[in-house]
Write a new protein. Structure first.
Length: 579
C-alpha cells in the first residue's frame, strides 16, 4: 500500500470521506473508501431515530434519497471508525494531466511532454451534479496538431479558462462546455475541486450513544416508559433500573403487552393486581399514558437520552454534601453555597458525568448549495446493504443541568402560554413537568413558528441558558469556549455541557469546576454582565450575537438559532424573576 501522508482521525473524518477529493503529496486524489473500517457497536434504534431527525430538512424537501423512509422501515445502519493500520484508499483524480512547464494537456503522464519535460500536474477542475456524480473534464484537442494547452486567466471560474493550440494558436475551447449528467437530471457543473460547493460533508454528533447491553438492561426494566417515569418523578433514583416500589398501572400493562400478552387480558390482570394492592397508587406516573402519541414518543426519546447518558457514571451536586473526610471549607460550600446558588440560578440539580460518550458521525454529503435541504443528500451506502456511517467515538466528561420545573412552568405561564393542569404559583414539580410535556412541542430542525408556542419559547430558554453557561464555564475553566459543546433535552428542561473532542480541553476541567467552583460559576451566570457590547442594536434585533451568546459551529449543533437574552434577562426573564 502506498503511503501518501498521514492525518489525524478527526481531520480524516471531515476531509477524507468517500467521493471527496483531497490534495496529497502534490497531487489530487479521490477517496474510494476507508480500508477495512472497524465497526462501532451502538444501539441501532437510537442511531436511526437521531438520523431521522438530523435529515429532516432534506426529507421535508423530498431530497433525502429515500433515507428517511428506509430508516423508518428499520434498514440497518453500520457505524464504522477508521482502522489506523489500513487507512484510506484513494485514487488519482482527475486524470487530466497538465504540464507544469508549458501548460499543455497531456495524454499519458508516463511520457514526456512535447516541451521535453515530465513535470506533470493535474487540472484542478472537476464536474459535479446534485445526484452526487463526480466526473473528469474532457478537453478537445486541435484536429490538425493533436495538441492543446491551458490559458488560465486571473480567475478561478471554469467559464473563464481557455484552451488553445500551442502550434497554431487556434482557440479550441472556452470553459469546459456543457455536459449532461448520466442521471439525466441536468448538466454537470464545473468548479475547482476544493470549492465548497463541490463536496459538503453532512454529519451529526450523537452524544451518549448507548451500547446494546445498556439498552437491553433498560428494556428489561420497563423500557422508554420507565425512563420517562423516572424523569417525571425527578430522577430521585440513581437510574431507571434502580427505581424502587410497586409498578404503576400503566407500566404494569405495558410490560405485560411487551412480553406478548393480549392487551385486553393485560387490562384484566392489571385490575386484579390493583385490587390486591400490588400496584403503586401514584396517579402522576400514569398520567404519562394520557399524553398524545407524538408528545409521549418525543418525551420518551429524550428521557432515554438522559438515562443512557447517566448510566455509566453520575455524581449529583447534592451528594457532595454527604462526602466524608473533606475540608471544612468545602463542606460548608457544598452544604450552603451550592444549594443557594442552584436556587438563585433557577436550577433543580447539576450532575457530573465523568464518562460521557460522544459519537461524531458523517452520514453523507451534498454537492451544490451548502444550505441544508437545498441540495440532494447523498447518503453513504454499505456494500453489504443498508447505510454506512463514518464515525469517531470518544469518551469525555459532562455536566447535566436541569432547570426548576415550577420556575419554568411559571415563566411560560407569565409569557402568555396555557399549561393544562398547572396554575401560576404552584409548587409541585411533578405536576409542572407533566403540564410542560402536555403543552410543549419542540420545533424541529429548520422550523421556527411565526407565533411563539410553549415549545418554541421553551427551546429559546433552554438553549440561551446553555450558551450563557458555556461562555461563563470557559472563563472559569480557563479554556477557549469552542472546547465545550452542548446537547439539549428541552422537553425535560435540561442540557448537557461536555468537553468537545476537537477543542483544547483537558479532561478534569469540568470536574474541577463542579467540585470547587460551581457556586461561583452559577453566581456569574446570574449576576455577570448580561448586556451586549453591540447593544442597543443586538437587543433590538435578534437579541443574540457573537458578542453575547453565539458559539462556534462545533459547539452549537443548532447553528445559533433559538437564542435570545430576553428569556433570561428581559422584564419577565427567567433569571430576572428569581429574586
Amino acid at each position: 500500500m502506498t503511503v501518501l501522508g498521514s492525518r489525524s482521525g478527526t481531520q480524516i473524518l471531515r476531509t477524507f470521506l468517500p467521493q471527496q477529493t483531497a490534495d496529497l503529496k502534490g497531487g489530487i486524489y479521490k477517496v474510494v473508501e476507508w480500508s477495512g473500517a472497524l465497526p462501532i457497536v451502538v444501539d441501532q434504534d437510537i442511531v436511526r431515530r437521531r438520523l431521522i431527525r438530523e435529515i429532516t430538512p432534506w426529507t421535508r424537501n423530498g431530497k433525502d434519497s429515500g433515507m428517511s423512509a428506509d430508516l423508518f422501515k428499520g434498514t440497518r445502519v453500520n457505524v464504522v471508525e477508521l482502522d489506523d493500520r489500513r487507512g484510506v484508499t484513494v485514487a488519482s483524480f482527475p486524470e487530466v494531466w497538465l504540464c507544469r512547464a508549458c501548460r499543455r494537456i497531456g495524454k499519458d503522464r508516463a511520457k514526456a511532454c512535447h516541451c521535453g519535460t515530465r513535470r506533470w500536474g493535474q487540472l484542478h477542475f472537476v464536474g459535479t451534479h446534485a445526484c452526487g456524480a463526480l466526473v473528469e473534464p474532457w478537453i478537445r484537442r486541435c484536429p490538425a496538431h493533436d495538441d492543446v494547452m491551458l490559458v488560465s486567466p486571473q480567475s478561478s471560474k471554469a467559464k473563464d479558462i481557455r484552451f488553445t493550440c500551442p502550434e497554431c494558436g487556434q482557440e479550441i475551447m472556452k470553459g469546459l462546455g456543457f455536459r449532461p449528467c448520466a442521471c439525466g437530471q441536468g448538466n454537470v457543473s464545473w468548479n475547482v475541486h476544493k470549492a465548497r460547493s463541490v463536496y459538503v460533508p453532512r454529519g451529526a454528533v450523537l452524544v451518549n450513544p448507548p451500547r446494546p447491553d445498556r439498552m437491553k438492561d433498560l428494556l428489561a426494566a420497563g423500557g422508554s416508559r420507565k425512563a420517562l417515569a423516572w424523569v417525571v418523578e425527578g430522577m430521585t433514583a440513581e437510574t431507571p433500573l434502580s427505581m424502587s416500589g410497586k409498578p404503576t398501572r400503566g407500566s404494569f400493562i405495558e410490560d405485560l403487552i411487551r412480553k406478548g400478552m393480549p392487551p385486553d387480558f393485560a387490562e384484566k390482570m392489571a385490575a386484579f393486581a390493583e385490587e390486591e394492592g400490588q400496584l403503586a397508587p401514584d396517579a402522576g406516573a400514569d398520567e404519562i399514558d394520557l399524553l398524545n402519541q407524538t408528545q409521549r414518543t418525543e418525551a420518551e426519546n429524550q428521557a432515554v437520552d438522559v438515562a443512557m447518558a447517566l448510566a455509566e457514571s453520575r455524581t449529583s451536586s447534592a451528594s457532595l454534601a454527604e462526602l466524608q473526610g473533606i475540608h471544612q471549607t468545602l463542606a460548608d460550600r457544598y452544604s450552603n453555597q451550592y444549594p443557594a446558588a442552584l436556587d438563585r440560578a433557577g436550577l433543580a440539580a447539576v450532575d457530573l458525568v465523568e464518562r460521557f460518550p460522544v459519537l461524531n458521525i458523517m452520514y453523507g454529503y451534498t454537492r451544490g448549495d451548502a444550505d441544508a435541504g437545498a441540495s440532494r443528500l447523498v447518503p453513504f451506502r454499505d456494500t453489504r446493504g443498508g447505510y454506512r456511517l463514518h464515525g469517531n467515538l470518544s469518551e469525555t466528561e459532562a455536566l447535566f443541568l436541569r432547570l426548576d420545573p415550577c420556575g419554568v412552568a411559571n415563566w411560560l405561564t407569565r409569557s402568555g402560554h396555557h399549561l393544562p393542569g398547572f396554575s401560576l404559583g404552584e409548587t409541585d414539580p411533578q405536576r409542572a413537568r407533566l403540564a410542560i410535556l402536555r403543552a410543549a412541542e419542540i420545533p424541529g430542525p429548520g422550523d421556527e413558528p411565526d407565533i411563539p408556542t410553549p415549545g418554541s419559547d421553551l427551546l429559546y430558554l433552554v438553549h440561551s441558558y446553555a450558551h450563557r453557561l458555556i461562555r461563563q464555564t470557559a472563563v472559569f475553566a480557563g479554556i477557549d469556549r469552542d472546547a465545550l459543546a452542548e446537547y439539549l433535552v428541552p422537553l425535560h428542561l435540561g442540557f448537557f455541557v461536555y468537553a468537545a473532542a476537537r477543542g483544547d480541553f483537558v479532561l478534569g476541567g469540568l470536574q474541577a469546576v463542579f467540585e470547587t467552583d460551581l457556586g461561583n460559576l452559577l453566581e456569574a451566570v446570574v449576576n455577570g454582565e448580561h448586556r451586549c457590547a453591540l447593544d442597543p442594536g443586538c437587543a433590538r434585533g435578534a437579541g443574540a450575537c457573537l458578542a453575547c451568546l453565539h458559539l462556534g459551529e462545533p459547539s452549537c449543533r443548532h447553528f445559533n438559532t433559538y437564542l435570545n437574552r430576553r428569556p433570561l434577562f428581559g422584564r419577565f426573564g427567567y433569571l430576572s424573576t428569581r429574586d
